[in-house]
Design a protein around this ligand. Structure first.
Ligand code: ADP
Ligand code: MG
Length: 397
């Protein structure tokens, strides 16, 4: 069922608690990348324009339940104030009486940022009393932190039981794109899966078996599939214990008549290093001692043909060791094809998104998921606790 959206709430004159994902990368006390802050702005601006006072909640880093000034959200409060063009006050740690007093004084249009919620051990423990004291700070709860929704913490899950709740605009966009692709995709639906290991993606592969029409498998995990089809892969990354998983997957896909495309040619290197010698070889002719580091040009052509025909593409996992420029061409070439494609293209996964951003193509994709681990769990068909706890469209209040 669809979750209630912040747009369905009457927020004027209310104090609205918003769980954000302000877990930005920091370097020497400076924000190294503010993407997550800018992504949060639409919901915050919407609420302020509607006459709400806004209380923002986020974690930053892993302070493990202790107050660590190095992980204070102060730099985020300062940057947010600049971006919003209004003051953003930072509360002291916790959700005690001092914070409650600050919250009570808020007027429509005011913005208060709570200090790093993971300074309290009760946050990750999803402590009920802590969730209750967070809930006491406001009248309504909005969750816009899709990237934290796979964690059942006090500020992502527990709190939703004590207040009328809804998704923020960013969360709503994520859920619409991801559930649309899984539940009602424009067909054919092609799953483009790569990355290092089968073992970390088996949940995604198995869940997509029930919805995707065709599979394109690249990256390190393709090596184990090649093994399963009886090929030699030299010194490439492999998971011997996952060969049977690959075999079962291929068998199941065959039973469903879902084609599975594997690399037909690959880039091999003697070492996984910037200055390594490389060559293009057929996937069936990887010599001893050589490592597969990317898909080859013929594979790009074939995968490209399938992707160009697709109505929907779910992409998770780079096609090669894209961190090294010489091994990133397969990933980049497919990213270019998808950027030009009219298909509903969903890119999920931390490294996949990084690869697309590195290629400068993020703005050209239909949907780049901000979720990382949360996107993967969603693609695995798992219910995200931070989403499940939110009120349904027909929910109470
Ligand atoms: P995501 O974060 O998008 O879910 P993964 O974490 O599963 O993706 O995979 C990304 C990693 O896979 C990258 O670090 C990349 O170097 C690695 N990788 C891709 N292809 C290969 C390969 N052929 N051999 C070794 N590692 C690979
Ligand atoms: Mg990754």
């Amino acid at each position: 069922m669809r979750k209630r959206s912040v747009r369905d709430l009457d927020v004027a004159g209310k104090r609205v608690l918003v769980r954000e994902d302000f877990n930005v990368p920091m370097q020497d006390g400076q924000i190294a990348d503010e993407t997550r802050i800018t992504a949060a702005l639409p919901t915050i601006r919407y609420l302020l324009n509607q006459g709400a006072a806004v209380i923002l909640i986020s974690h930053l880093g892993r302070p493990r339940g202790r107050i660590d000034p190095g992980m204070s959200l102060r730099p985020v409060a300062e940057r947010l104030a600049e971006l919003l063009g209004c003051p953003v006050s930072l509360a002291p740690p916790g959700a005690g009486e001092d914070v409650e007093a600050m919250a009570r004084q808020l007027r429509p249009g005011d913005v208060l940022l709570l200090e790093n919620v993971r300074f309290q051990p009760e946050e990750e423990a999803n402590d009920e009393d802590f969730a209750r004291s967070l809930a006491r700070l406001g009248d309504l709860y909005v969750n816009d932190a899709f990237g934290s929704a796979h964690r059942a913490h006090a500020s992502t899950e527990g709190i939703a039981h004590f207040l009328p709740s809804a998704t923020g605009l960013l969360m709503e966009r994520e859920l619409t794109a991801l559930s649309g692709a899984l539940q009602d995709p424009r067909r054919p639906l092609a799953a483009l899966i790569g990355g290092a290991k089968i073992s970390s993606k088996i949940g995604v592969l198995e869940n997509l078996l029930s919805v995707a029409d065709e599979f394109l498998i690249g990256g390190g995990m393709a090596n184990t599939f090649l093994l399963a089809r009886g090929m030699e892969v030299g010194a490439s990354l492999i998971e011997l214990e996952a060969v049977h998983v690959a075999r079962e997957f291929l068998e199941q896909a065959r039973r469903q008549s879902a084609p599975v495309y594997l690399p037909v040619d690959v880039i091999v290197a003697e070492r996984v290093a910037v200055d390594a010698e490389t060559k293009v070889v057929p996937a069936s002719a990887v010599a001893e001692g050589w490592r597969i580091v990317d898909i080859g040009p013929e594979t790009v052509r074939r995968f490209g043909d399938v992707l160009r025909r697709a109505g929907t593409v779910i992409w998770n996992g780079p096609m090669g060791v894209f961190e090294i420029p010489a091994f990133s061409e397969g990933t980049r070439a497919l990213a270019r094809i998808l950027a030009e494609s009219p298909a509903d293209v969903i890119v999920g996964g931390g490294d996949s998104v990084a690869a697309v951003e590195q290629a400068g193509l993020a703005d050209d994709m239909a949907h780049i998921s901000t979720g990382g681990g949360a996107s993967l769990e969603f693609l695995e068909g798992r219910e995200l606790p931070g989403v499940a706890a939110l009120d349904d469209m027909e929910g109470a209040a």
